[in-house]
Design a protein around this ligand. Structure first.
Ligand SMILES: CCC(=O)SCCNC(=O)CCNC(=O)[C@H](O)C(C)(C)COP(=O)(O)OP(=O)(O)OC[C@H]1O[C@@H](n2cnc3c(N)ncnc32)[C@H](O)[C@@H]1OP(=O)(O)O
Ligand SMILES: O=CC(=O)O
Ligand SMILES: [Mg+2]
Length: 356
């Protein structure tokens, strides 16, 4: 464990200074593409205008015999594309794989100035982040980078969940954590075969009336991921980094996808992965606060003045704690509005109406 005094010291001579605060840039959707897939790669320039984050995936879902093509494809896409304000991330192969060392060496050396965040899969504990942290510092120094790369961990092993707080605080590079429900289910030996989402067998049932155990007993499907997402959100909030939902694999079921995304948003996540173009607008809709909620938040903030005391608005008591919640919503809306003019207009119109 490093002394707190050394926490912000660069880990290699000549490496850039670590950041002291993680920028809260819009990242409602982290859109995955396989850089070795020509059809997907061709869509990158257009996607860059639509999404907050584009992620060139090198790990799972890229065939073993396409790993090098994916890595080289990402280098050439990064060099030839104007991403504007859209962030470029990558997901490297796992730390025990034969590809990861070349992933890091090639990407930092060739396109370290274009990449914003490196997503590390199957993180088990702080030791994995420490390894990547030092290696990145060495590679950044050698490449002469002026800005440190940030690191994002996927929460997808039982051990990672048990250690999530120490992972979140393992390095000043830690930008955020995503839920990885598919690998996590396998690691926990859960008896599911899905990628994210609920399961009809995971339920609670109302009590029987009298001796009749069969009739009138409504069941409610429960969320398999509630505990993990809530724990991840707390670990991230505690360390000033950002939590995300991960993949939702039933591409056809846009309704359940939206529900799962919204649960994560309400619990504190700032965004999600999108695996297919059809999920992009769902993520935008869900992870942008509703204009009515933004208008309400702005109204409460205006009424609360310096933020202390208690007032009544439309029959609801507001005080120091509720105004803090409203500030979370209003600040997110302001940040998204700078990137999304349509949203900015919707927020302003709803606010005008609410204050009229
Ligand atoms: C489970 C744990 C994890 O690790 S999840 C993260 C890893 N998985 C991924 O990254 C998967 C990414 N997505 C995909 O590979 C594809 O979307 C899958 C799911 C295979 C479906 O592809 P496909 O059968 O081509 O779908 P489709 O015919 O409906 O596609 C229509 C057009 O859209 C394209 N498309 C598809 N996905 C993407 C994408 N992620 N980014 C950019 N473009 C995409 C397709 O190529 C297809 O293009 P076209 O219309 O034929 O030109
Ligand atoms: O990588 C993501 C997962 O769900 O596994
Ligand atoms: Mg995984």
């Amino acid at each position: 464990m490093r002394s707190p005094k050394d926490f912000f010291a660069p880990l290699a001579v000549g490496a850039p200074d670590p950041v002291r605060e993680i920028p809260a840039l819009p990242s409602r959707m982290i859109h995955f593409f396989d850089p070795s897939n020509e059809k997907m790669a061709a869509k990158v320039p257009d996607l860059a205008k639509k999404v907050d984050v584009l992620l060139g995936n090198l790990e799972d879902a890229v065939r073993a015999d396409r790993k090098e093509a994916a890595r080289n494809g990402l280098v050439s896409i990064a060099k030839s594309t104007d991403f504007g304000a859209t962030q470029l991330w990558t997901r490297i192969n796992s730390l025990d794989s034969p590809w990861v060392l070349d992933d890091l060496i090639t990407l930092v050396t060739e396109i370290g100035d274009k990449l914003d965040v490196i997503m590390v899969p199957k993180v088990e504990g702080a030791q994995d982040i420490h390894y990547v942290d030092r290696l990145l510092a060495q590679l950044e120094a050698r490449a002469g980078l002026r800005r440190p790369l940030l690191v994002h961990a996927i929460l997808e092993t039982a051990s990672g969940v048990a250690n999530v707080e120490e992972i979140a605080g393992a390095s000043p590079r830690m930008q955020g954590i995503s839920l990885g429900p598919a690998d996590l289910a396998a690691s926990r030996r859960m008896k599911t075969t899905r990628v994210g989402g609920g399961h009809p067998g995971y339920l609670v049932r109302t009590d029987p009336v009298g001796d009749d155990l069969e009739t009138g007993r409504t069941t409610y499907q429960q969320d398999l991921w509630h505990y993990t997402v809530a724990r991840m959100v707390d670990a991230c909030a505690m360390h000033g980094i950002l939590p995300y939902y991960g993949p939702f694999g039933d591409i056809r079921d846009v309704v359940a996808c939206e529900d799962q995304f919204r649960n994560a948003f309400l619990l504190g996540c700032v965004g999600t992965w999108t695996l297919h173009p059809v999920q992009i607008d769902i993520a935008r809709r869900v992870f942008s606060p509703d204009p009515k909620d933004v208008a309400w938040a702005r109204r409460v903030i205006a009424a609360m003045g310096d933020g202390t005391g208690a007032v009544m608005i439309d029959g609801k008591m507001q005080d120091d704690a509720s105004v803090k919640q409203c500030r979370v919503v209003a600040e997110l809306a302001d940040a998204l509005a700078t990137r999304d003019p349509e949203l900015a207009k919707a927020y302003d119109e709803a606010t005008k109406e609410a204050l009229a």
